[in-house]
Design a protein around this ligand. Structure first.
Ligand code: TYM
Length: 377
């Protein structure tokens, strides 16, 4: 049977074939040529670039051309505050922080409490619940080390943000037909008009600094590839309104603990949250992490394991073991049967818990910093 997968901003299912997705979405592969151009400015490549976790883009060549002409860009990314943040969400944000530092760029970060209200599954929850979650999630973003002087948080439903964004959102919404939204997102007539409108809100921050300053500024959006369709729909609209199209750089998904699919907050057993205790991380990984090991110790020693399908190995590869030599040794030892599944799991648990220990400390500190990050007109 053909490998069926689906990627929309609200649903990711199946085993994603990223090459096929690049063609389907009409994006471009992130080639070595572009990586080398980035490296010329940053001196080194972030592990997420080296390992091709970021794998695809739109208009990166244009963005770099502009940068090399002295036309600096700003960064834009975001979070839909539906619940606690998991370690998969951190992937685009960690990379964004690195870009902020290397390119000395401003960042606009959008928290879409309106989106989560409009796409919620339970009727009884009011928008204020999602606004509260946005403040909680903001702590995780701050904990990653963004520069408060150059970072602006937008929480969509807050009056100041909403008032500022609405003028641009209606101009964008005016140019997107219902049939375009249906084709891009798979909506049908049962979707609310709020859901149809929402894309306009996510499109706004890519032009907001340009609109506020009255001068066009290039924009780069690092994001998980599931969020690409919003910007695909908005691309032509930006130019119709006299703005640049933003450049995009897309990440693959960090796998969930289970055999299939991305880490997703709606499947708790698939997920390590940033607030999990060391014990919880240990238990989840020991109990649920899909392994490429053999069924018995004898078989594992004799035939070896399969790192390519092992979730712990994937996480080390993605981000948690940046040392290429150590990673290669783990790969070889696991494949040959010298390293056991329990050893690979223990190694990964230690890496993730060390990361989370630091993250949680910074997250606590962030509680007194949040005001510095909220955008004020
Ligand atoms: P949200 O909250 O679903 O996800 C936040 C960011 O995390 C990415 N992501 C992942 N990346 C790697 N591995 C995973 N398992 C994983 N799961 C999620 C998402 O692609 C996203 O980049 N509508 C958006 C919020 C938003 C936004 C934006 C995102 C508003 N403006 C601009 C990107 C760019 C949302 O609900 O993201």
């Amino acid at each position: 049977m053909a490998n069926e997968f689906k990627v929309t901003p609200w649903t990711v299912t199946g085993n994603v074939d990223y090459e096929k997705l690049t063609k389907e979405f009409g994006t471009e592969p992130l080639t070595d040529e572009i990586l080398n151009r980035i490296k010329r400015h940053t001196k080194e490549l972030h592990v997420l670039l080296r390992r091709k976790v970021f794998f695809s883009h739109r208009d990166m060549k244009w963005l770099l051309d502009e940068y090399e002409k002295g036309n600096k860009f700003f960064l834009y990314t975001g979070r839909g505050p539906s619940g606690p943040v998991h370690i998969g969400h951190l992937i685009p944000w960690i990379f964004t922080r690195w870009l902020q530092e290397k390119f000395d760029a401003e960042l606009w970060f959008q928290f879409t409490d309106d989106e989560k209200f409009l796409f919620r599954k339970k009727d009884e929850v009011g928008i204020g619940e999602y606004t509260k979650i946005a403040y909680e999630n903001a702590l995780d973003v701050i904990a990653l080390g963004f520069n408060p002087k150059k970072t602006h948080f937008l929480i969509d439903s807050l009056p100041e943000t909403a008032g500022m964004m609405y003028k641009e959102a209606i101009r964008i919404a005016d140019k997107i037909t219902a049939s375009t939204a249906k084709a891009a997102f798979g909506f049908d007539d049962s979707y609310s008009i709020g859901q149809f409108f929402y894309t306009a809100m996510q499109a706004v921050p890519a032009i907001l600094p340009s609109a506020l300053k009255g001068v066009n500024i290039p924009c780069l959006i690092p994001l998980g590839v599931d969020q690409d369709p919003h910007f695909r729909v908005a691309r032509d609209v930006y130019t119709k309104l006299g703005f640049y199209k933003p450049a995009l750089i897309h990440a693959k998904f960090m796998a969930g603990l289970l055999a299939d699919g991305k880490m997703s907050a709606s499947i708790p057993n698939s997920t390590i949250y940033t607030t999990d205790s060391p014990k919880e991380v240990e238990e989840k990984i020991k109990k649920h992490a899909f392994s490429g090991g053999r069924t018995s110790l004898e078989e594992h020693r004799k035939y070896g394991g399969n790192p390519d399908i092992d979730v712990c190995y994937q996480w080390l590869y993605n981000f948690f073991e940046p040392d290429d030599k150590k990673l290669a040794k783990i790969y070889d030892d696991y494949k040959s049967g010298k390293m056991l599944t329990s050893e690979l799991k223990d190694y990964t648990i230690a890496k993730i818990n060390a990361f989370l220990k630091e993250h949680q400390k910074k997250r606590e500190k962030a509680k007194s910093q949040i005001e510095k990050f909220l955008f004020k007109a």
